[in-house]
Design a protein around this ligand. Structure first.
Ligand SMILES: NC(=O)c1ccc[n+]([C@@H]2O[C@H](COP(=O)([O-])OP(=O)(O)OC[C@H]3O[C@@H](n4cnc5c(N)ncnc54)[C@H](O)[C@@H]3O)[C@@H](O)[C@H]2O)c1
Length: 331
């Protein structure tokens, strides 16, 4: 904790996502980013963002290339924000928790459920919190859809489909042993939202293709729920640009989310754009703010509990099993 009662954080992995996270800290009221760690001098030399507040924060934070040095020199840290390549998530989360730090870890939690289970066990042993930054759980339009599913405001959900596409990313992402391929890196966002909104399905059927990482880089999956509800997700790294979409069909309205624009349509009624209050924080700001609140209140994070984010990794394993076996897999 800082002297003025703020939660004190350090961030490791100051690449693309590390810069995105770091850019959320200047405006956090209850959290102070105290240190940055990256093995790459070039990454560490790149300032946080463009604003004066970001520049001041970048000047103020300690910077190191060495994780051990970070732990030795930053004795009063509360948590480590992990934005490392995916194959390092489990190792660094476990090291940090054993060193007494709570952990906010970028998605995917880990490359397999065995590693997720080790992370959960260490979190329980040490009493340190572990939250995976499944950002869509903090994204206003997706939360709106989740609420409609729960409160039946427009009747029962009849079907839902989600898409998420991108081009093949460079570097370590192309190595399935480090990134898990498109299923872990991209498709996971949709899988995680499906089970966040609807719970675990009874069965899944998935088809996929390999196109660059050595893993499955594009897939389409059907999730089977009780009462004949079916949800479809599709997408991967076989496209030319990023796009995301969700379509939810309720008894008395359809909701279409394209990027961050959510509209409601129903029969011949005029289309309604769903507006969110001005100042609604972006999902990355909100997930970090929420983790800080959990630490201050001494409450384990429930919005992205470690058990539920682990279940999203289990669903990927089941999808891969379904693709390999060419058949439906029951859970
Ligand atoms: N939530 C999202 O929407 C989202 C978006 C992109 C990436 N991610 C996730 O964020 C994670 C990081 O992805 P990225 O795009 O930032 O990758 P990146 O390659 O841009 O950044 C990774 C950084 O980690 C550093 N690094 C590697 N090994 C290290 C070590 N042992 N110690 C210290 N630093 C080390 C690298 O030098 C690099 O700067 C991945 O797990 C990815 O899946 C999430």
């Amino acid at each position: 904790m800082t002297k003025d009662g703020k939660v004190k954080a350090a961030l490791i992995g100051f690449g693309g996502m590390g810069h995105c996270h770091a850019g959320q800290y200047a405006a956090q009221k209850n959290i102070q980013l105290a240190a940055l760690c990256d093995i790459s001098p070039e990454a560490l030399a790149r300032p946080i963002g463009a604003s004066e507040a970001d520049a001041a924060l970048y000047q103020a934070v300690a910077k190191t290339h060495c994780f051990e040095e970070l732990l030795e020199t930053q004795k009063d840290l509360d948590y480590l924000d992990i934005c490392l390549p995916t194959n390092l998530h489990a190792e660094y989360a476990i090291r940090a928790m054993k060193a007494g730090l709570h952990v906010l870890c970028e998605k995917p939690m880990a490359l397999n459920t065995a590693d997720c289970d080790r992370m959960i066990a260490v979190s329980k042993e040490t009493g340190r919190f572990l939250m995976v930054a499944q950002c869509i759980r903090f994204c206003a339009p997706y939360l709106h859809i989740r609420d409609l599913i729960a409160n039946h405001a427009y009747g029962k959900l009849l079907s839902m489909s989600m898409q998420r596409n991108n081009q093949l990313p460079p570097g370590w992402f192309r190595d399935v042993a480090r990134s898990g391929g498109a299923m872990m890196d991209l498709h996971l966002h949709d899988i995680d939202f499906v089970q966040f909104a609807l719970g675990m399905p009874e069965a899944i059927y998935s088809i996929g293709v390999t196109a660059g990482s050595g893993g499955i880089d594009d897939c389409t999956t059907i999730y089977y729920y009780p009462n004949d509800l079916k949800v479809v997700t599709s997408g991967g790294w076989t496209h030319t640009r990023f796009s995301s979409a969700l379509s939810a069909v309720f008894e008395r309205s359809n909701f279409e989310l394209t990027g961050d624009q959510l509209v409601r349509c129903y029969k011949d009624e005029p289309q309604e754009t769903i507006a969110f209050p001005e100042g609604t924080p972006n999902m990355y700001f909100r997930e970090i703010e929420y983790f800080g609140e959990c630490i201050l209140q001494g409450k384990r994070p429930e919005v992205a509990s470690m058990e539920s984010t682990r279940n999203s990794i289990l669903l990927i394993e089941k999808e891969l099993e379904s693709i390999r076996q060419g058949r439906q897999v029951r859970l």
